[in-house]
Structures are given as structure tokens and as C-alpha cells.
Design a protein around this ligand. Sequence first.
Ligand code: TRP
Ligand code: ZN
Length: 876
Amino acid sequence: MRDAEPQPIRLADYRPPEWLVDKVDLDFALHPSQTRVTARLALRRNPKGTPGAPVALDGDGLTLVRLAIDGKPLAGPSFEASPDSLVIAHPPADAFMLEIETLVDPTANTQLMGLYRTSGNYCTQCEPEGFRRITYYPDRPDVLSVFTTRIEADKEEAPVLLGNGNLSHTGDIAGTNRHFAVWHDPWPKPSYLFALVGGRLARVSAPFVTASGRQVELGIYVEEGKQARAGYAMDALKRSMRWDEEAFGREYDLDVFNIVAVSDFNMGAMENKGLNVFNDKYVLASPETATDADYSGIEGVIAHEYFHNWTGNRITCRDWFQLCLKEGLTVFRDQEFSSDQRSRPVKRIADVRMLKAAQFTEDSGPLAHPVRPETYREINNFYTATVYEKGAEAVRMLKTLLGEDGFRKGMDLYFRRHDGEAATIEDFLAAFADATGRDLTQFALWYSQSGTPLLTVSSTYDADAGTFRLDVTQSVPPTPGQPEKKPMLVPLALGLVGPDGRDQPLTLGNVPVEHGVIEVTEAQQSFLFTGLSARPVPSLNRGFSAPVNLVSDLCDDDRVFLAAHDADPFNRFDALQRLALELLKAGARSGTLPPADALVEAARGLMADTALDAAFKAQALALPGEGEVARELARDVDPDAVHAARTALRRTLAGALAADFAAAYEAERADGPFSPDAASAGRRALRNLSLDYLAVAGGADGIARACAQFEAADNMTDRIFALAVLAQHDVPEREAAFGAYYQRFEADALVIDKWFTLQAQIAARSTLDRVKDLMLHPAFSLGNPNRVRSLIGAFAAGNPTEFNRPDGEGHAFVADVVLTLDSKNPQVAARLLASFKTFRQLEPVRRASAERALRRVAETPGLSPDVADIATRSLG
Ligand code: TRP
Ligand code: ZN
């Protein structure tokens, strides 16, 4: 374990590396507990470094066996080695070959960083700082090197041996039961992109020919017997590769592209060069086991990791402060891909829902940080919604500001200028500024200022002058370390909707507004639109063009009108959601829900609109989550009151629209075999939403329907949705269904994860005991991150009433799990602890119990840096 109180790392202290690695040869002799790693580093003093600087290499828990320089063994005082570093104070020359032999124990590696074992197979995870758990190395992203990897293993134990790049040769080791493979990656890369895999795996393969005619062999490796479940991932991979050629002009650059699905993985997936390693949740799918959300998750993550080949690998990050350079940009790219493959408005709605639930929440609490942080204690804790999701929003805003052509020119210049380099956000923005001539100084604040900007908009119509004035104020709330903020550049897409429901001309003074986007740049600003013969209803922040909170003076009638007529589908959705949110907030505050007539009218109108697709309706009619209501309430939140208000509003809608939901339930019935395409998924979504409302409306009818669907379903989406409906009702059918589900799927861990999650999310005081019992269930394991997330994570982050029980038992329980887990897997423990990030918005009793739990964690001796960092900042 590393030191729990390391000094914070600061962006301002960046120094280029003192030594470079021109090439590196790695030799692995795989063994369950004593894997021998021999590294040969061609070290060369960096001409841009400090003259005379020592060679200082990173390590983490390493056992050194042997060192040699240019073939000569190195002895005692000429170096200093500890598990965590290797220093050669007086290197013999400015360029030499350093040979390092270390021993690592992959079986004992429960952190799942470095070389570890999963289901008996060997695999690695190096981002961000896992390579130093394999050998001593300048383990930082700005040291790029050409890697050759030789892997040797027992033929029985590891018939499959995979590395980065192209396979150069394989062979048997005479007189033994061992064999080897040598992989060579011609593309210089940082150590975090290194990977190897060894084990017993089945392979699904397919050919791909790139735009310029390069033949690529695609391979997906899965557990024996699961090959059929890799088909959708393979299809998504091919579509991703073609799309990157068409949308960004980016081609693949090796002869092979391999993906390995593993069961023990800290995150979603990893973009190692030519050898992506995936959480099997994002590879395996069949109609019986995967939901529509699983299918779209697979499509998105496959695309994401593939797109990293250019945004992350060919151009990497200078340092970890620049993480958003690859992550925000690559999320933007995968979002665009999915939008092109599916429905653009529906994808945008789903992304914004996620952004608000995860990133706005993070940005309004103690863990808020800029898209590009300026300091960190533990980089693992910065793989956040802010870096990923808000980082993607920044790129999206760039595109909105520069237009399709300007954006593409900027991207092309960025690729041309920085290919093969480790770049910064400044480099990225300079490419767009230089390609388009646009000054992006103010725009760059999106990367440095944390907190969600608040825009307040009021409007005045002057009938005589035919003018419509928007008065806009903006402010960015204080966040940790940033008490004061500057005004941001906010690209605000808008329309002025006339009484006939059509967009009126958008003319500022007498200049037409291009692409319907105005730029808010000041703390206070007015925009005077002319040539308007009737009072328009402003449709603001269309398509969620900027990630801001927006308060406007629109009244309920305006929102009902926009829900029915807005040309922008996102704002039709948003108008309905805003009506619901205001009701939920008022209901949670006062204990009684105000009349919901406006919402009911808007909802009925949308349900009846035959021009709208089912997926859109399902999104619009799904009420804002309890987390979003809590975030908008901002203080003294009583999660039970929020839940009660939401339940009451669900009943109101269920009652008022009972006929519409019953009709939709029949109309959206599938007419053929299961297909995961977006249109079919949309119909299932609307049908299942209807089922949910029908059950909420009360009566045995709804429950009977859910039971029937649960039993008859021919796909996982319909089955799990029916079970989710039953889970929220305290009826005997619920336990019977949970039992039947377990029996049916007990052999399939990923499918049982859904079973854990639904139980952890039941809004009832008995849930905590249920979760504690489930931790003892044979299907559960604290050692597997998917199990932890699906049970404990779902409880902490997806069950606000029970996690925040007024007696504090939910908080205490999660703190206990964090402490137990910390010694096994600090990354997953820290992520779980981050569920406390909303505790300051709670009412005093619950806030105090959350704080007690956090303090108890913070004061425990021997914490990992990961958990210590989250605990300290949360209390901060
Ligand atoms: N770079 C990966 C991605 O976003 C995610 C990642 C970062 C990761 N650190 C990790 C995955 C640690 C697994 C373990 O695509
Ligand atoms: Zn990524």
C-alpha cells in the first residue's frame, strides 16, 4: 500500500521527463504467483531535461530481482531500490540499456491494477498508474516508447497469448510444456496503454478492410461457450470503425484489433493499443440475457474504446491533468456515433439525463472540480462525470460555436499537428483557434472553472415595436477552491415560437442569428429581437446546447405550448420535465402535491401525437428522478418527502392517462422476434413505461399484467422491466418472481447482477436488511467490482430513501463496506464512498449521520490514498 498522505500533484509544477525511453523490450514468464518480468529499457537523457538529473523510475509494491546496465550487473550502492521507486543517482552515460528483472504475484493482486488474474486468466490494467506494479518505469503519459512484448506461459494454462500491436512470432519451448508469443507495437505509446492477456479463451473473429484497403483481423475473446453472445459487439465494432473513417477521416493502423472480455474489471473498458480489455458486461449480449440498455451500452463502449485509438492513443495526454483531452473528446465522439446509429434527439435526451444525474450533482457538491483539474492527490479519483461528461459537453459546445465545417477543420488540424505526441488542452484549443481564426480565450474557462453556470432569463415583448427582449444574467456558483468566477461563453441555441407553433425569424437588431445560436458572454446581457408581430414563446437552450441550469420566466401555459409545438424535440421533452419538476419540488417541500393539470394536459398531448416516436414518448413521460428533484431543492432535502411526492405524481399521471397507457401497452406489443434496434427498443420502452403506470394506478390488474409479462417475456428487457415493476409493490408476487428469476439465471453472473440491483433499490425500510443478507448470498462477492456495484453501489447511489434512512443505518452500512473493501480494491471502495457527495443537501438529521459515517471512514488508520482523498474532500 502506498503512503496515504502524499503531497498533492499540481498542474503548475509540470516538468518534462528527465529521461526518455526509445524502446522497451518486455519478457513475461507467466506464473500464478511468481511471474518473472524482464524489462530492457533503452534510456536516453532528455535534451529538454535538467542536466545531470538521476534516473528515477516509478514502482508500486515491486520485488526487484536483478539490475544490469548495458549487460553488466549493477551492484549495491550504485542504485537505490524500494518497492515504490528505483533511482540511479549517477548514470554511467547519457544513453544506455537498463535491464530490470522483477517478480510479481498476479494471484494476490486484488486491486485489479497491474498484472492480475480473472477467472484464472492473466490480464493487465495499466491506466493510469498500473504499469509501475509490473516493472520500474517512467510511468507517465508523456514518455512514449516502442514496445515489444514476449509472453511465455504454460500451454495448458494459457493457450492464448495476446499483446499490443501485431503478432511477430510464436513458438514452443523445447522440452517443456510452455510456449511463447512475441508482439510488436510499431506505434510509440505511454506505459498506461500497455496490455497483455494470457489464458483459456474462445475467439470470435471477422475481417475488416479499411478505407485505404488495409486488411485488419478483428478478434473478440470471451469465456469458452459465450461466443454467440459476442456477435453484437463485433457488429458494433465494425460500425464504429467505418463511422470513424466517414465522420472524422480516421482509419485503423494495425493488422489486428483484439478485444478481451473479462469478469473482474474496475471500470467499463480500456483502450490499450490494439488490445482493448473490456468488462464482459460491455461485450456479452443475447436477447435472453441483455436489456436494450445493455445493447446500447455495448455499442457505446465498443465505439468509445475504438475511438480512443486516435483520441488517446495516437494523440495522448501530456499529463493526467489533461485526462479530458482524451476522455471528454472520446465521449463526445461515441455520443455522436450512437446518435447517427439511433435517434439523435432520443440519444441527446438520454445523455442529458445522465449528465444532470451524475455531473450536475458532482458539480454542486464537495467533490466538484474543473474539467481539467489543477491539483490531485489520487488520479484514480478523477475518472469522473465531470472529466468525461462535462468534458464531452465542452467539445459539443465548440462544435456549436464553430459550426460543422469549422469543427472538422479544427479536428483535422489537431490530428495533423499532434499525431504521435502527448498533448494538452491548450494544444487542442489552439488547433480550433488556428483553423477557424476564432479567439477561444473565454471559451477555455469551461476547462478551468468548476460549477454549473446558472442562467436567468426574463423576456419582454413590445407589441408596438414588434420587439422581444431577453434579459440574461449568468453566474457560476462557488465551488471548492474557487470562490469567485468569471462569466463564461455560453452558446445558447434558441427559437422564438410564434402563436401558430412555428419558429419566428430570429433577428438581432437587423442581423439574422446564424444557426439559431446566440452567445452569452457577460454577467448581464440583453438581446433585442426584432420583426415580431406577436408575442413569441422563447424556446431556450435547444438541444441542451450548454450544460447550464436555466431559470426562465416561462409560465405553465408556455410550457404546455412548447411541449406540444416546439420544433426542437429536446425542448418538448424539457418542457414536460420542467412542469413535473416544479410540481415535485413543491410537493416535497409542502407535503402536498399541487394540481397537476398542466402536466397532465402536456403529457396527454404527447402520448396522442402520432408523429412522435415511442422512444421519445417513453423519455418524456418518465418523471425526473428523485436525485434530480433533490439537487434542485438544494437544501434541507428529506428523501422520503421527495419519494412521496414522486409517488403521488406517478399516481396522478397513471390515473389521468390510464386509457392512454392501456392503449400503448397493447399497441406497442412486438410483432416479430426480438431485435435490439433503436425503433424496437423504443417500442419496448414505451410499453414497459405503460406497464409501470398501469401497475401504479393500483388494482390487481396492473400486478397481474406484470406477472404475466414476467413469465411470458421472450427477452430480458421485458422480463426485467416486469420484475422491476413488481419490485416496487409490496405484493406476494414479488418474492415469487425474484425466486423464479434467480432459479432461471443463477449460472449467469451478469444476469444475477440485475437481480441484486432491483432488490437493492426497493424503497422500503426492510431493504437494508435484505442487502445485508444478499451480501452473504453465494452469488455475491466483494472481490468482484460488478457484484459490488450491482448490490452496494445500487443501494448507495440508486436508493435515496434507504441509503439516507433517518436512523443513519444506511450511511453506517455503506461506510462499513467501504472500509472492508478498501484493503482489497481501493479504487472501487473510493467510488462507493463518493456516493456520499450529496450529503450536504440533506436535512440536518440525515446530514449529521452522513457526516458521522464519513468521519469514521476518514479517521480509520491505514486508508488507501484513494479512499482517504474522497473522505477528506467530501468533508472538506
Ligand atoms: N480509459 C478508460 C476509458 O475511459 C477507463 C479507465 C481508466 C479504466 N482507468 C481505468 C478502466 C482503470 C479500467 C481500470 O475508456
Ligand atoms: Zn475513455
